[in-house]
Design a protein around this ligand. Sequence first.
Ligand SMILES: *Cc1c(COP(=O)(O)O)cnc(C)c1O
Length: 429
Amino acid sequence: MKEIVPSPPPVVRNEAAAVQALFQQHVVPSYGRFDLVLSHGLGAYVYDVAGKRYLDLGGGIAVSSLGHAHPAITEALVEQSRKLVHVSNYYYHEPQGRLAQALVQLIGPGKCFFCNSGVEANEGLFKLARKFGHDEGRFEILSTLNSFHGRTLAGISATGQDKVKKGFEPLVPGFRQVPFNDLQAVRDAISPATVAILIEGIQGEGGVTPATPEYLLGLRQLCDEKKLLLLMDSVQCGHFRSGRFQSFQRILEAVPGGQDFLPDAISMAKSLGGGYPIGAFWVRAPYADLLGPGTHGTTYGGSPLACAVALRILEVIQRENLADNVRKVGDYLRQGLEALARKYPAVVRSIRGLGFMLGIELAPNIQNLPGDASKMQSSRFVNMLHANSLLAIPAGPDIVRLLPPLNLRRSEAEEGLSILEIVASRLAG
Ligand SMILES: *Cc1c(COP(=O)(O)O)cnc(C)c1O
């Protein structure tokens, strides 16, 4: 494969300080950014403007499902954009119908709605739940502590982390949080106004915590008993990241009765578009027509271009059996990380997660960790990884996430582990 190196734009000569100065002057400073100015990528690698190469095990926060500059994505973009980029949802077109069919086949009987991002997919779930309970006056959605559901007002209202809500009150009414993986806590919290329960199959931003099989099966039973919708936010943990299309399929695969489990609705985004923005939700058959004509919509949602890219990604995943790759290379990564935790207990406390959604829990108060002590340990650790040419993503103060592309090779995983070992051994002194 030929490496694609874009020529620098005329004014900014792709120089790190100049690009950063543009941001400081003209971009709203709502993100805490790392000190990296990236230029291009290929597969699991990205390059900064100085030409330094990084192994990208962060995958753009679980988005770059086929890595960078994958030729199948480029081809889909080029081919489809020659035919039809956008038409609006006043009309039918083949890519949206085919993508919906593909997602339904991967999940179960139901229908899909398309939008542009994860939080927008969640908004669809919230509106679905409100519509479902409307005539009985039920509207309340129970979500979980340490969850993350996106940054709109409803998204932060659903999210179980105070830091995203602070300064934006009053929040959207009708959301309450209960502890995750605690069935009794949900049962106790149900009120006459409750209409749905919302969880992530594997909590992502909150620190890479998978739901237990008992929790999933128990929630299904509870929702059936109390006439509640069971909503799953699969924006991060879905799309084969666990080794199965949906994380609940992986969590429940060896559990008696687990194969029959289905939530009532699932939100998706991130890996679905591999970097081209697309979100979606699937809703189970009995409720699939609740949102009738005129009740919900978005101008760009499910455009021919977005759907063509998502379809092509699914084809590559299936043709190359990447679910299997995620299991094999994911197991290899996990074993390597667990060996690090055993060897450097003063640096790595534990390893969590499934497949290619792995969390490295750092030991409390690591000695010798460089950087401003007021900053999170996870960010300071990630800075050290950057210095050693590895990208990873912080999740809360003490967890570092690996969310690599689904086609990551074993040799690349090995390279990542050796960089982590260099950093861990240095910190262990
Ligand atoms: C990233 C994420 C979202 C928000 O997705 P956006 O595309 O940023 O709106 C929602 N839920 C979960 C679990 C996520 O990881």
